[in-house]
Design a protein around this ligand. Sequence first.
Ligand code: 3PY
Ligand code: MG
Length: 250
Amino acid sequence: MENLKKKLKKETLFGTFVPFALGDVADYTSRLGFDFIIIDNEHGIMNQETIFDMIRAAQCQRTPAIVRCTNSTPDMIHKVLDMGAEGILVPVINTAEDAREVIKSALYPPEGERGIAYFTRAASYGMIDDKAGFLKKANEEVFISIQLETGAAIENHDEILEVEGIDMFFIGPNDLAASLGLPNPHPEMTKIIKETIQKITAKEKTVGIFVTDDETAKEYIKLGAKFILTSITQYMTKGVREYLIKAKNN
Ligand code: 3PY
Ligand code: MG
């Protein structure tokens, strides 16, 4: 499987949140053609076993699995990376210090403080002879992304964007709108999102965005967004509702 960071340097990638706590759903979703899935453990009812199942199910389909963590603490980040997730997405990052905490938890020393264990799935259950090589490769390959989704994050974006080692800065429109006291969607929100995309790309950093339709995706891609994330649920709902309306009205 090509490393996600390398792929993202070359092309725009399309992924989806998987909010349901089930390996089967990760398996199904990974067969649909997305470039990656995000196992959404910020919300929902996942536990460690379901996250582990979902990571393996995605990887069986050669689809990278990123876990959205509830926060940047090591107990969350260490565990999902030890399970073998390709990367993490950490919500509600408001300051450069918050972003540095994510790096600390996600990288092995000397760059970070990730605890070392060789019996994990990520370390092939101890079947790796070149241990130093394993640590180096893990640091090089792990995909670390954070969410800018509050007024504070937008205000502090300059310092946050300077933090070394963040592979993608993701704008969360729903939380951002709530934080700014605006409805979403709303023309003012679109303006703020577009400006934020441009601020991030101006610093030659990779920007991601959540979209609910292809037109908006195209608009943001034109501005430079490269990590396009949606959620499977809305398409399921729309498709089923349309089917039922049509099937019942003949
Ligand atoms: C948000 O919109 O707040 C998200 O976190 C992702 O859609
Ligand atoms: Mg959010």
